[in-house]
Design a protein around this ligand. Sequence first.
Ligand SMILES: [Zn+2]
Length: 467
Amino acid sequence: MPEWEPVIGLEIHVQLKTRTKMFCGCENVSGESENTRTCPVCLAHPGTLPVPNKQAIEWTVKLGVALGCEIASRALFHRKNYFYPDLPKGYQISQYDIPLCAGGKFVVPGPDGDRKIGIVRAHLEEDAAKTIHVGGSGGRIAGAEYSLVDFNRGGTPLVEIVSEPDVHSADEARRFLQLLRQTVVELGISDAEMEKGSLRCDANVSVREAGETDFRTKTELKNMNSFKFVADGIEAEIRRQVEIYEAGGEVVQETLHFDPGSGTIAPLRSKEEAHDYRYFPEPDLVPVEPSVEMIAAAMDDIGELPAARIRRLETEVGFDLAEGLVSSGRDRLYERVSGDRRAVANVVMNQLAATGVDPEAVNGTELAKLIAERERIPRAAFTEALERSGDPGFSADDYLGETAISDASELDPVIDKVLAENQAQVETFRAGKEGVLGFLVGQVMKETGGKADARVVNERLREKISS
Ligand SMILES: [Zn+2]
């Protein structure tokens, strides 16, 4: 069997959270009653004219700089013509051959070093309205009785980012997307929430035999609305294509829908005719000419990017924790908490994350005190303290008074009981699977109401099992 190399390019749409829409003064908000945030401009009444949103242009420039793109000195808006009920003008104002940002490189740190993913372009356009299909399955048009259109979304500013086909695994695609999302959020230009559609991702997927240099036929996977679905969808599509080739078949170019429930892939619509959008320059808008000052301001405004922070933190806590901290934005809290770096990273990424407490609300000094003493106090007290750590006026001292049970004579009867009741796990441990120790520690904790000293329990368990 040949070795297959996946070739993946991503197309990402990011909705900008400017105060108003792209070409009119309508409020740019979601969640309002349908068709209440509209005006003659975004409803395309005859005789209306678009006025570009300056903030949206500045933010696109800022994103372009963060993506390492060249910023065009003179970018154009084009009309992309197509007919659909979500597009009242009959065309979308977008960018075509001269986008605002082009030719970038986005660094994605991985466990085996940096991967540089090429950015073909990042351009600015207006979003279409939202169609709501009623009566079909899963809100899709197939089988729907009728469809409704909500024009509130119509005309909101959207940046489309197109990557080079430089991504070579589902995991790398997820990593790229997560880092891009975190970058966008930190730039303050979008909420970038996949479930809400303010960040949307399509993937172009093909495979080829290792060593091949030409590309084979690609398929397009549409609208996967979580990081996990993106990875799962790409993984499933890679498998599907490899199976087709290995059975002697050919992959057909088409647009596909991934159903995360069943893990299956089905055609969305066939793409036998290449769309002719009849692009032409928008005659109602002058070219966009970002000034040198605007680009300089964008550069000044960008702090240390997530990729660089992952590399910096990796030396302290290892790659996995560093990536987790940065791509969740939890590294800001991590940096505020002194003490053993791995212990702090673990607590911030795991136990504290499990409580759902907003990391930004946590007092770093108090959390540092708590972490330093975490092995001396009962686990239950530690957990409770973490749950309260975001409260105003939280003091670690309120929880440090309690002492965990570390006296072996008190713990031994409980440990003996747990060992007697879990013989199977004990055998598993003896067979070399040490991971099962965590389960046994957990049982002792349960018996003691979380008051046992975990370190002593660990030691005693090991002693008793191996004696
Ligand atoms: Zn409007």
